[in-house]
Design a protein. Sequence first.
Length: 134
Amino acid sequence: MKINHKLTIMKTNANPEIGKLFGQLYSFNESLKLYHWHDTGEGSYARHMATDQAVDTVRGLLDRLVETSYSVYGQIEIVIPQTGVPPCLVEAIKNTSELIARSQSLFQEGFLVSILDEYQEALHQLNYRITRLK
């Protein structure tokens, strides 16, 4: 039996801001891993474990969000900003959480907003772990 697969690139129906958001979230995810690798000093083991868990969680959530958005909107142009180690992890978490809150209006589908909510929940869990559990 012969199966033919045809690659079709769909035009995008997405707001360009969605692709920008995905790039920013990808960059944040990778900055968490950089922080995880570079962290030293008192309490660093707890932060190391907390950031490692968060990296796994947010990577999976971003993957779900992007793939589901591709299904809804078609091709989305994603540009990933340069990524570095966050100088202050608490501030980076706060800024990313605020970015997500501002960006939820880009999505009309409740299931996509739900994935963003899960991402934001993961950030709050990380913030709790690094600020309260030493």
